[in-house]
Design a protein. Structure first.
Length: 548
């Protein structure tokens, strides 16, 4: 089949001036009719007031969360929607409440404009794709405080059960873009008066315990934190502002129309007047899976993350439940949802199929050829499991087991060949969509634990794997060093969903994934390969896992 890159054009929409932003739906549910097919099923509602100009709003998923979003004119329902945006895919973030969040092709983004001559209220809805739970950062770009703003720039966040039950709370940030702008962030009532919750809920300099609520050890400096899209970098300083609303202060039984938390961004007052300039307003929060009634977030909570799509049926998988396929079958012929697994059997000599990636492959790759390249089956054929997985930002080609794969950039879906499941739950590529399978066994992968530092040698020319067992909310740092190859380290869950990857963040050309937050308790796969592709069997390297 031919490979065609999809070019996504950003659409600029004229949003008409309205008097006030209103709730879009009693539970922030919204179906887009703009051709994107986006459905907001467990949304969190935000609103902002924007002056004439052009703006970007982006939702960056954390730990593999796949957000969908909509920007809505509440006066007439006109809207723009997005699932995976090419421009937003380059945005990486670092915030005190999240640590480093890498760029992801799952991020959503919408470019819109206010072409009127007056201020405009907009509503932004963010949901998990297919109602999934998870954490995200919502970023408003193009915002600025001017002398004409009066009280300041207003925003609101709806503390609906969808947000409250995530257990994440609300972390709000105002980070300067203009070098001379000193932002102040407040939570206000309908009259723009600062509210009191054990003190005035406002923040001038987040680094100063006396100027930022709640005025205790939880206050941190934003120096060095910020955002980058690979071209432009926004870096915070000690004079930027942050406010954290704990989940303990949020009540999921509050009526939707009364659950709005109003924020106000303005400039610090000096002898020469109010500080003005451009800034970024960002909110780190979470969304619970549709129908969830308990805490499901990973930040500031002891709850566990909910699972999406568990309404399908599952059953015991045995070696007899195998689907024979031929060498021409590619991953796009599997109809399963993300994380669906099919047990298959390939004939001998499937070595000539097209292939992109290493260990994880684009879903238009030849399935049997991928399994041989990954070392899951020999050239003589055999049985294995193949999983439908989320797409990656980059697929690195390599030569392994007599087969050379090619490199590729962003692709929408992946396949992951794995050793055959002999027990546990499974879904097939043609039925029981939405069921959540038990992870396939990791084969001969070594185990590694937090605190371990291992001297290892390359066993598989395509790359070696380690199984890391961790608890929800753990923060780990993984370092891979070698004097004989350029390490590339990739961390996925046992269903193949990528959490993080790194090539050269360590010393020299070595790999370092720092401060990775673990989303759910369980096993994770740490894959060590080479940026150049194939590895020389026997090449030495070290892998170290530390907490934080």
């Amino acid at each position: 089949m031919s490979r065609v890159r999809m070019i996504v054009l950003a659409i600029v929409v004229l949003l008409l001036t309205v008097a006030a932003a209103l709730p879009v739906g009693a539970q922030a549910e919204f179906t887009c009719n703009d051709g994107t097919g986006v459905v907001i099923s467990n949304g969190v509602e935000f609103s902002a007031n924007v002056r004439p100009g052009q703006y970007i709003v982006a939702a960056i998923g954390i730990n593999g969360f796949d957000p969908v979003m909509a920007v809505v004119d509440p006066s007439n329902g006109d809207h723009l929607c997005n699932d995976d945006d090419a421009a937003a895919a380059s945005i990486a973030a670092s915030l005190p409440s999240t640590g480093d969040v890498p760029a992801s092709n799952l991020s959503s983004g919408i470019l819109f404009s206010n072409d009127s001559t007056d201020f405009l209220d907009i509503v932004v809805l963010v949901s998990g794709r297919n109602g999934a739970s998870g954490e995200f950062i919502l970023v408003f770009q193009g915002m600025q405080v001017t002398e004409e703003d009066g009280a300041g720039d207003p925003y609101s966040v709806n503390g609906s059960p969808n947000l409250v039950n995530s257990g994440v709370g609300i972390h709000a940030y105002a980070i300067h873009v203009a070098s001379n702008f000193d932002p102040v962030l407040k939570i206000v009532d309908e009259n723009n008066e600062v509210v009191e919750v054990g003190g005035l809920v406002q923040c001038d300099d987040a680094s100063n315990l006396t100027t930022c609520w709640p005025g205790d050890s939880s206050v941190v400096s934003l120096e060095g934190f910020g955002f980058t899209d690979g071209t432009t970098t926004i870096v915070g300083d000690p004079y930027d502002a942050a406010l954290f609303v704990s989940p303990d202060l949020l009540d999921p039984t509050t009526p939707y129309e009364e659950a709005f938390i109003n924020y106000l961004v303005t400039g610090a007052m000096y002898q020469q007047g109010m500080s003005t300039g451009e800034y970024v307003f960002a909110v780190h929060t979470g969304v619970a899976a549709a129908g969830t009634t308990g805490n499901t977030g990973t930040t500031g909570t002891t709850g566990t993350t909910g699972t999406t799509g568990t309404t399908g049926t599952t059953g015991m998988t045995t070696a007899a439940e195998i689907t024979p396929i031929d060498c021409s079958v590619v991953g796009t012929q599997f109809e399963g949802d993300i994380n669906s697994i099919l047990n298959v059997e390939c004939p001998a000599n499937c070595t000539s199929g097209s292939l992109w990636g290493t260990a994880t492959y684009t879903n238009d790759s030849a399935v049997c050829t991928a399994a041989i390249h990954a070392g899951v089956i020999p050239v003589s054929g055999g049985q294995f499991s193949v999983m439908v997985a989320a797409g990656l930002d980059e697929y690195v080609g390599s030569t392994a087991n007599g087969i050379t794969s090619s490199s590729w950039g962003t692709w929408e879906r992946s396949i992951v060949p794995m050793p055959i499941e002999t027990s546990g739950t499974s879904t097939t590529a043609t039925g029981d969509k939405g069921a959540t399978p038990t992870p396939a066994p990791a084969g001969s992968a070594q185990t590694i634990a937090v605190g371990d530092s291992l001297d290892a040698q390359v066993v598989n020319s395509a790359g070696d794997s380690f199984v890391l067992t961790a608890s929800a909310g753990d923060v780990v740092t993984i370092a891979v060093n070698s004097d004989e190859f350029d390490p590339l380290v990739i961390v996925t869950d046992m269903n193949g969903r990528e959490l993080a990857r790194d090539d050269d963040s360590g010393p020299g050309f070595n790999a370092l994934i720092a401060n990775l937050r673990i989303p759910n308790a369980g096993d994770y796969l740490v894959m060590v390969t080479s940026f150049a592709g194939s590895l020389e069997v026997g090449a030495p390297f070290t892998i170290e896992v530390t907490g934080g």
